[in-house]
Write a protein that binds this ligand. Structure first.
Ligand code: ATP
Length: 208
């Protein structure tokens, strides 16, 4: 589904990633570990087309997408949830879901609410009045409204209560069972323990 070959990425003169190659198959959960500053966010941003200057190739479902702008990658089936949740806090839960939707909104909404039942109980609530963990669920649910086939998540469990972490892990395992490919930057070992594979970035280089 996703194949990276020898990605090198620079912020100005400073190189952040060195010859990173990896593959993620449909229905596979790959957890990316690494210390702060190792390059996890940079790698995810490069895959979705929002990274800085890079060389190397990115293939998605057999197509060479390296030169595609971010919007085209999203339309092709890449979904991304940034670190730290970027919600529309002035909108309700339901409005947050609906602004992101493509295609059959009602069907997508029913599907994501089944994945995150907690959100069903607070559809009219302002996103500003949710806990951090609830907001993280909403951020993931909102991205899922676009029905991505590859989901990239940046630290989805960071700073979240254990019970909600378990909810998120369960939702990700359900997505995986449905064939979605998952690449998740995450230090939390709860997710790494359930992954098909764990790779570690060390100072911009991948240790498989
Ligand atoms: P964290 O978990 O702290 O976000 P990370 O593993 O995601 O860490 P990155 O944020 O990808 O790491 O950072 C990789 C390297 O790139 C670091 O050396 C960082 O200082 C540098 N870097 C990140 N963003 C920028 C930027 N906008 N401009 C310059 N350098 C950057």
């Amino acid at each position: 589904m996703l194949a990276l070959d020898k990605l090198n990425v620079w912020y100005g003169a400073a190189q952040a990633l060195f010859d990173v190659s990896l593959q993620v198959a449909g229905g596979e959960l790959l957890v990316l570990q690494g210390l702060n500053g190792a390059g996890k966010s940079t790698l995810l941003q490069t895959i979705i087309g929002l990274g800085p200057r890079s060389t190397g190739t990115i293939r998605f479902e057999g197509q060479l997408i390296t030169q595609w702008p971010a919007q085209r990658r999203a339309q092709a089936g890449l979904g991304y949830v940034a670190e730290g949740r970027r919600l529309f806090t002035g909108l309700s839960v339901q409005e947050n879901l609906r602004v992101a939707a493509r295609g059959d909104i009602a069907a997508s909404e029913a599907w994501v609410l089944d994945l995150f039942p907690v959100l069903k109980t607070m559809l009219q609530r302002s996103a500003a009045q949710m806990s951090g963990g609830e907001q993280q669920m909403l951020a993931i649910a909102r991205t899922l409204m676009t029905q991505p086939r590859l989901l990239l998540l940046d630290e989805p469990c960071e700073g979240i209560a254990p019970v909600l972490v378990e909810n998120i892990v369960q939702a990700l395992l359900t997505l995986k069972a449905g064939g979605t490919a998952l690449l998740v930057a995450e230090q939390n070992s709860v997710l790494a323990n359930r992954a098909d594979r764990v790779s570690t970035l060390v100072a911009g280089q991948l240790r498989v």
